[in-house]
Design a protein around this ligand. Structure first.
Ligand code: G3I
Length: 303
């Protein structure tokens, strides 16, 4: 196959990208994105600050622009993200305790109801674990509402849209030897044993000098999958853009049946949150395919 999406579909997987609504008027951008990818994540437009700028007043205009572009171009959509310490609107940052807990529940219901039946998988909770060696939760206003906030978010999400897969999504949980990875693994194992509804783990997979790709990545994917959840590589980018590393990531996913898809976090290097100098994506700023693109396509095609 000659595009990333079609190549991934040969094994029943998808290959997606983050899409920014502000770039949908850039024809070079939409030409590449429309051709290559079969899954879309809104880079910012379905986040809490975008969708509920005032308490109880939802705004889906930018989210719908991304959603409609995706569906009109034959792509599925991942939802990102419903409960997160970052990109909270000002009103939510001010809340605490049971008021914040209820606001989180209302937010999940409001957003999931708008997109009910339309989303392949939701990142229900994003980045709730701490960096470093603790293996524990990150401190946040949400965490301070009580340790059960994550399972409450997942139970709320299941009731709001039973058709969507429900994911826990985080960065620096790619390396199996890291405490943060083990912390999330233990949470997912606990949720599965107690019947808390969770369907997938999102490995963001932002690889850089401080958190490089490690060959134990396949073990991480296999270990999560063995708990009975899908694994999705949700925000892949690799600083420096090593073709070999990109191929390793794809091959690690292909080796695990429950690794169901891969998304890169942007189209061209100039679209990356890291800036174009990081050279972290599959297309250069002129829209040319990079060596990393060819490595990914070849891996998806089985060679
Ligand atoms: O929309 C405003 C615009 O009005 C303003 O003029 C401009 C000035 O700085 O800022 C714009 O907002 C920026 C927004 O991106 C849209 O471009 C924010 O400042 C900026 O902070 C925001 O960054 C996003 C970041 O999440 C925020 O946490 C990145 O685009 C987005 O790629 C990044 O994505 C995250 C995932 O959601 C979660 N995992 C990590 C990943 C990378 O950080």
């Amino acid at each position: 196959e000659s595009t990333l999406g079609a190549a991934a579909q040969q094994s029943g997987r998808y290959f997606g990208t983050a899409i920014a609504s502000g770039k949908l008027g850039d024809s070079a951008y939409t030409t590449i994105a429309g051709r290559e990818f079969d899954m879309v994540t809104a880079e910012n437009e379905m986040k809490i600050d975008a969708t509920e700028p005032n308490r109880g007043q939802f705004n889906f205009s930018a989210g719908d622009r991304v959603y409609n572009w995706a569906v009109q171009n034959g792509k599925r959509v991942r939802g990102h993200t419903l409960a997160w310490h970052n990109q909270q609107p000002g009103w939510m940052q001010q809340l605490s305790g049971s008021t914040l807990r209820q606001a989180m529940i209302n937010h999940i219901n409001g957003v999931m109801n708008h997109y009910k039946g339309k989303i392949y998988a939701w990142d229900v909770v994003n980045e709730a674990y701490a960096d470093g060696n603790s293996g524990g939760r990150r401190d946040s206003n949400l965490q301070r509402t009580g340790n059960d906030w994550i399972e409450v978010a997942f139970r709320t999400a299941r009731a709001a849209d039973p058709a969507a897969k429900l994911c826990y999504n985080d960065y620096n949980i790619d390396n199996w030897s890291w405490a943060k990875t083990q912390g999330v693994y233990n949470m997912v194992r606990d949720f599965k044993s107690r019947g808390v509804p969770i369907d997938c783990v999102g490995l963001q997979s932002h690889f850089n000098g401080n958190s490089p790709y490690n060959s134990n990545y396949r073990t991480t994917i296999q270990s999560f999958a063995a708990l009975g959840v899908d694994v999705q590589i949700t925000e892949l980018d690799i600083q420096g853009g090593s073709a070999t590393t990109y191929a390793n990531v794809v091959n690690d996913c292909l080796a695990v049946p429950r690794c169901t898809g891969i998304s890169v976090w942007g189209v061209r290097d100039t679209d990356s949150w890291l800036g174009s100098g990081a050279s972290a994506l599959l297309f250069d700023g002129n829209g040319n395919k990079k060596a990393a693109y060819t490595a990914v396509l070849n891996a998806l095609n089985g060679g």
